[in-house]
Design a protein around this ligand. Structure first.
Ligand code: PEP
Ligand code: MG
Length: 845
């Protein structure tokens, strides 16, 4: 029989006691997580209220749990909604598994920062293992850190260990976690509470790791993140009901507002591998028939501490040098291609001062080189991911990739070449750029991933290797058995399981036709884009690098209609020098030559495009905030420096400068004045052409007023669609509705062209609509003069222009402007194509 002992809990902070029921957050005030106390802090170091082992410290540093030898578990949570700070303002002083003494400092925090950036500083201390307690102080007292506060009655030790499983466990289908910050305290508490409502022993699984689903701390300790594929297993009388209810709860975000299901994933875990079709999005076009090979990650063992910091520093240095050398070999093999640039970016990450500083600081504290490097890269990658930008999420993947490369070198772990069977179609949660670049196309026919995006580096590499690939598959793809025969139809973003022979034949025939057509288009890509009735359309390229400029020229590009300059230095943490910028613009202009247009868009930073060396404050609505020309006019030095560097390449190509996100005439006028000043300072008399992007409805609606003051317009249909339809361009559930074929967008294009032509100014389209073969007759009919398209599509778009007659296109566009939906527009265009041409073998997607 267990005897009752008494255990004192000390105040983890100094401050004012606040009754739990007054905490303005029901998950705490309702005591669903556990009973305890709340302190409004006046000190900034959270200390251990009891001796024990750190059973969980959240990566973001805002919460920590301690379990003592009797199984008493105490959770401390600093502030409310502080998970959203993603680690900013917190420094962890302990790590998981570490034994701590009562009163030992656990987390330091910046009270000023948190007070300004989070909902509240109120800090909770909760006894989550449920022991009863009595108070040692009364009311709203002022308490000092280390002062005894609660006396617990400790009986039979409680356990958060994995439940004993007797009998056969039932497993739920994998569920992709929708919560932006994973299962942090609030959703974890809801989940654990729901699990406690069942008699069965229940576990939550993340890859190889498992946790007792009824233990809040164990669930938090899984350190889940958005998009993780989780499974619930249960043994016992109500196991079936438990896994159903808990999987549904996970899929719905465990009551957390704003937790939307992850792209492509149904709200509730679905019948897994009994489906015959899994859908994602195309990352690299093409198709393949082969067998499933699941890619599993090799777990690395990392010792936390090391005795000799000097030896650890030397080990890190050696690994960094070796990694840089290995990346140089890959770069040399790739040459001046997109692949080469990715490995260059990886090399730059190896020199990132902030990463190196973080790692060195940890080594100085007695950590091993492996632990220090891993913590630094992981923390920075998590920070990138938490900032909610597509590009930053992709940079996080690059960082994790580089992180693993160096880590393996420190640990002396060789990366085993995958032993792959023939005709492999790889299935993975996520592939890293290094893994992708190392794929052997003789064995690997394609791949499909749950994570990743169509614009990621992995997608770019897949296209460079000519491997069909899809991303954004539901997590159930990870449950497919190795050897399953699958048909990867990347053009349609589909993975067919056990496909019928007729489907395989049909796809292979389509593929052959497609390849034949692409060959013909490539052969004729040097011909001008002239309609059958003799009207010339300029087909130019959207580029973000010198490599793409060169490739565009090879593929018949007639110039560059959009150089996205913000991408030139996206991996830099310090601003490029004037010389660097001049060299880049001059090299690109030189690749085009004096007879071709080069349209350089000034920095379009903000929105979904952060730039590390242009720090910006977090915004609630970044797409409606400091973006594009607004930001540059707020920081005119940025614009001046860029103008100066662009002007230095005048003469090497037909130079055009384009301002992004213009919404007011005053922005154009201010920017023109700065350009004139800089040109004058350089003694340049003939200013380059200055134009604006039309991507905000106000610019389209005022096109008649802008037209006399610009040299050209280029319509950014991506943003124009987003702002006209009020639909986030990256919103996973609005992807099919945020359609640039919407008549409202088309009417804005039509009126812009009319206003521009009335003043003899030309109009291009550089948004993704211009790269759609289906849109070609429509845009021509609306009077667009230039189509600036994604580089690989130059031959196809030129070929499409050569197939149409302008007079027919004009009649078609007139009809289409009267339609009421994007679906009707697409249908009308398909019908037009059928009526005017031989059926095209190219798949639309
Ligand atoms: C656009 O908005 O259509 C455009 C071309 O600009 P970006 O996609 O770079 O925002
Ligand atoms: Mg845009």
């Amino acid at each position: 029989m267990a005897t009752t002992q008494h255990l004192q809990l000390l105040a983890p902070l100094s401050g004012v006691l606040v009754p739990l029921e007054q905490v303005p957050d029901p998950v705490f005030s309702s005591r669903v997580i556990g009973d305890g106390l709340c302190i409004d802090p006046t000190s900034q170091t959270l200390c251990a209220p009891l001796a024990g082992v750190v059973s969980n410290v959240q990566d973001s540093g805002h919460a920590v749990s301690i379990t003592d030898d009797n199984g008493v578990q105490v959770l401390m949570h600093i502030g409310l909604d502080t998970v959203n700070l993603a680690g900013q303002g917190f420094s962890r002083l302990v790590s998981e598994g570490q034994r701590v003494e009562a009163g030992q400092p656990l987390i330091e925090f910046d009270a000023d920062y948190i007070a300004v950036h989070a909902r509240s500083l109120l800090t909770l201390l909760l006894v989550v293992s449920g022991e009863p307690f009595t108070w040692r102080v009364a009311g709203n007292a002022l308490v000092d850190s280390g002062q005894p506060l609660l006396q617990l009655e400790v009986g039979t030790p409680t356990s958060t260990a994995m439940p004993e499983e007797e009998g056969e466990a039932l497993f739920s289908k994998p569920v992709m976690l929708p919560n932006a910050n994973g299962l942090h305290a609030r959703p974890a508490a809801v989940f654990a509470q729901a699990a406690k409502g069942f008699k069965a022993s229940i576990c939550l699984h993340k890859r190889q790791a498992s946790a007792n689903a009824k233990s809040l701390v164990a669930v938090m300790a899984l350190q889940t993140a958005q998009g993780d594929a989780l499974q619930v297993s249960a043994v016992g009388v109500d196991a079936e009901a438990a896994i159903k209810a808990l999987a549904e709860l996970l899929a719905s975000g465990c009551g957390e507002a704003g937790a939307a299901p992850v792209a492509g994933e149904p709200a509730v875990a679905v019948a897994a591998v009994t489906d015959t079709l899994l859908r994602g999005v195309c990352a690299s076009a093409g198709s393949a028939f082969g067998q499933v090979v699941q890619v599993t990650e090799q777990a690395l063992e990392i010792a936390e501490s090391a005795a000799n910091p000097a030896a650890e520093r030397a080990s890190l240095k050696r690994a960094l040098v070796q990694a840089a050398e290995a990346l140089q070999v890959l770069r040399d093999q790739a040459g001046s291609t997109a692949q080469g640039e990715i490995f260059q970016a990886h090399q730059e990450l190896l020199e990132d001062p902030s990463l190196l500083e973080q790692a060195q600081a940890l080594i100085a504290e007695g950590k091993s080189a492996a632990f220090a490097w891993n913590s630094a890269t992981h923390a920075t990658a998590e920070l990138f991911k938490s900032l909610n930008g597509t590009l930053l999420a992709e940079r996080a993947l690059d960082l994790e990739d580089v992180g693993q490369r160096v880590l393996r070198l420190i640990l002396g772990v060789r990366e085993d070449a995958w032993a792959l069977p023939e005709r492999a179609i790889l299935i993975a949660g996520q592939l890293t750029p290094s893994q992708t670049a190392g794929l052997d196309p003789r064995k690997v026919l394609g791949f499909a991933t749950v994570g990743g995006g169509a614009t990621s580096h992995v997608a770019i590499l897949a296209r460079a290797l000519g491997l069909p690939a899809i991303c954004g598959l539901p997590a159930q793809a990870l449950a497919l058995a190795n050897g399953t025969q699958v048909l990867l139809d990347a053009d349609r973003g589909e993975l067919h399981l056990q496909p019928a022979p007729a489907l395989i034949e049909q796809l292979q025939a389509t593929r052959l036709q497609q390849q034949q057509r692409q060959r013909e288009e490539r052969e004729q890509s040097g011909l001008p884009a002239m309609t059958r009735d003799g009207h010339h359309i300029e087909v130019t390229a959207n580029i973000a690098s010198l490599a793409e400029a060169e490739q565009a020229m090879e593929l018949g590009g007639e110039g560059v209609g959009l150089l996205r300059s913000e991408f030139l230095y996206q991996d830099r943490s310090v601003a490029p020098s004037h010389e660097d910028q001049v060299a880049t613009y001059s090299a690109i202009a030189g690749a085009l030559g004096p007879a071709r247009n080069l349209v350089v868009r000034t920095l379009d930073v903000g929105g979904d495009k952060p730039l590390a060396y242009v720090p910006m404050e977090a915004e609630t609505n970044p797409f409606l905030g400091m973006r594009g020309v607004r930001l540059c006019l707020e920081r005119p030095q940025l614009l001046r420096e860029q103008f100066r560097a662009i002007l230095a390449s005048a003469g090497l190509a037909r130079l055009h400068i384009m301002l992004p996100m213009v919404s007011q005439l005053s922005e154009l006028r201010q920017a023109r004045r700065i350009l004139e000043d800089e040109a004058q300072a350089l003694g340049i008399e003939a200013l380059p052409k200055l134009g604006i992007m039309v991507e905000v409805p106000s610019a389209a609606l005022l096109a008649d007023l802008f037209a006399p003051e610009v040299d050209f317009f280029s319509i950014g249909t991506n943003d124009l669609t987003q702002y006209t339809l009020a639909m986030d361009r990256d919103h996973p559930r609005l992807a099919s509705q945020a359609d640039s074929f919407h008549p409202a967008v088309l009417r804005l294009i039509a009126s812009t062209v009319k206003a521009a032509h009335a003043h003899d100014k030309w109009v291009g389209v550089c948004g993704a609509l211009a790269s759609e073969v289906l849109a070609v007759p429509l845009l021509l009919g609306l009077g667009v003069d230039e189509l600036s398209v994604s580089v690989p599509l130059i031959p196809a778009i030129k070929a499409s222009v050569r197939e149409v007659e302008l007079s027919q296109c004009q009649a078609l566009a007139g009809r289409i402007l009267g339609l009421e939906s994007a679906e009707q527009v697409r249908e009308a265009l398909l019908q037009h194509r059928q009526a005017t041409q031989a059926p095209s073998p190219v798949l639309e997607n």
